[in-house]
Design a protein around this ligand. Structure first.
Ligand code: PGA
Ligand code: ZN
Length: 502
């Protein structure tokens, strides 16, 4: 099946800023859409986001990208075959021709690359997650959810640390979402009691945005609640330390600290309220911070060190920094690099370096829930998806619940001998093609195929539960255990019939 039509749109993201959506249609009349997110606290080496400049939309319009797609890129790809992601992305990268995609923009390329992937999955009559799993030779597995409960940094006023997250220990979406619901609604009440009605307001990722608080208050509230809940969670922070670092000094919680003192502050928090992981604990360009990371033990650190701004979903950056095994986990955000193929490469590089893969949303999101299929399809250890609040965040929660329910319905159908299709339990290698040259007419000709390289699957690691705190003035929404969810087979059954991408 070939591409028949490519239509780009300027739409608005969750911050009300313009972004790109691409709709791609095939000869068969199927279509798929991809909407591009945007970050606010970005790493210096992310793919460049193309914006119009000028006065419209405060210079943030994307109409120049819309025009380039319509007039330059789309005509080249009409008639181009689907299902050849590497080639397609290779051609996009070549068309841009720059290292950081500053010519066409990472946002422009990702809209096209993502729509192509989704439409290819539709034409292959496979759920997107399965198509992704086969392309990467991975075993689908639900990620642990890193849910933002309280926000700060560039996402909300009031706190220097950017994200206070809970990570339920169960990776069953239904169980995890229930834990997150209970934590979110309980902490919301606690914050309102402490700081008044305005503490109900939320930041860019849906996390609560209390004013006048500090990290210890938040962590203590989390820990108290954890001690009362049957289903335990871990606590994770995204310091996003780039945002409070200047000239060798971190200005955080009314203190001015060098990296070594900032580490002591993290350790002090961790000793009172055990922390599972800290993302971007130091600024990416702080040499002292990097040296400190090198001195930390490779195993059994007090908390896991996660890279986001350091590695920006860039295979080369990951390989370079992971020579010293600096990070235990690596954040993957497709728009940091600009194409699906490079996102897959970054995931493979992270795994090769023994780091856990954590797929992530951006603070400026759309209702596109692609990252859920990506996280499940590649069997990522974790997924950052914001709070269970605001439509663009809830879209991700709901897609997780939908995938789980589909899998269960399929299991039921299969065991009842109903019409559900049987699954092929061994992922089949997908066809990978060599890039084709542009023809003289300016369009891209079909390419030939060769087998893909297998990537080993990851496993979910359940860390030691946080030590319960003994203070007991928090009441939970509910502490009854949820009903057991049947274990997922390593390759789950295929939902019946072709699925249009969401
Ligand atoms: P973003 O940051 O605002 O750039 O999306 C999110 C993060 O740092 O994880
Ligand atoms: Zn981050």
């Amino acid at each position: 099946m070939n591409i028949k039509q490519i239509t780009p749109y300027q739409i608005l993201d969750s911050r009300g800023e313009p972004t790109i959506m691409v709709r791609m249609m095939s000869d068969s009349g199927n279509s798929a859409e991809f909407a591009v997110p945007a970050g606010a606290s970005r790493g210096a080496n992310e793919a460049v986001e193309k914006r119009d400049g000028g006065s419209d939309y405060s210079g943030k319009g994307v109409m120049s990208s819309i025009e380039v797609i319509t007039n330059v890129i789309a005509p080249k790809f009409i008639g181009y075959p689907l299902g050849q992601q590497d080639d397609f992305d290779g051609l996009l990268i070549a068309l841009d021709g720059s290292e950081k995609k500053q010519n066409l923009g990472g946002n422009t390329l990702l809209g096209l690359s993502g729509a192509y992937l989704k439409l290819s999955a539709v034409e292959a009559k496979k759920p997107l997650w399965q198509y992704i799993a086969e392309a990467n030779q991975t075993t689908p597995e639900f990620p642990r959810l890193f849910a933002n409960i309280v926000g700060g940094g560039k996402h909300a006023p009031g706190l220097d640390i950017q994200e206070y997250m809970v990570v339920p220990q169960s990776n069953s979406p239904r169980d995890a979402v229930k834990v997150i619901y209970n934590v979110y609604h309980t902490i919301q009440k606690v914050m309102q009691n402490l700081y008044g009605p305005s503490a109900k307001l939320v930041g860019d990722e849906g996390g609560l945005a209390p004013i006048g608080t500090n990290t210890e208050v938040i962590l203590e509230a989390f820990s108290q609640l954890n001690s009362k809940m049957e289903e335990k969670f871990d606590i994770a922070l995204d310091a996003a330390a780039n945002t409070f670092y200047k000239d060798g000094i971190y200005t955080v919680e009314n203190q001015q600290l060098h990296a070594s003192d900032l580490l002591k502050l993290y350790e002090a928090w961790d000793s009172k309220f055990p922390i599972f992981s800290i993302e971007d604990p130091f600024a990416e360009n702080d040499v002292e911070g990097i040296e400190i990371l090198k001195t930390l033990p490779k195993q059994n650190k007090p908390f896991l060190i996660i890279a986001d701004d350091y590695t920006v979903t860039n295979k080369a950056k990951i390989e370079e920094l992971q020579q010293s095994e600096l990070f235990d986990g690596i954040i993957i955000k497709p728009n940091q690099v600009g194409t699906i193929t490079e996102t897959f490469e970054a995931i493979a590089a992270a795994r090769q370096s023994k780091a856990k893969v954590i797929i992530s949303h951006r603070s400026g999101e759309t209702n596109d829930n692609f990252i859920v299929d990506l996280a499940y399809g590649v069997g990522a250890m974790g997924m950052k998806l914001g709070a269970p609040m605001r439509g663009e965040r809830v879209a991700k929660y709901n897609r997780l619940l939908e995938i789980q329910a589909d899998l269960e319905a399929n299991q039921t159908n299969a065991s009842a001998g109903a019409t559900a299709q049987q699954v092929n339990t061994t992922p089949t290698p997908t066809e990978k093609s060599t890039p084709s040259a542009a023809t003289t007419s300016g369009s891209f000709a079909p390419a030939s195929s060769s087998p893909n390289t297998p990537i080993p699957p990851t496993t979910i690691v359940n860390p030691t539960p946080s030590t319960p705190n003994t203070i007991n003035n928090i009441t939970t929404q509910s502490s009854t255990p949820s009903p057991a969810v049947p274990a997922q087979p390593s390759t789950p059954p295929l939902p019946p019939g072709p699925q249009l991408s969401p």
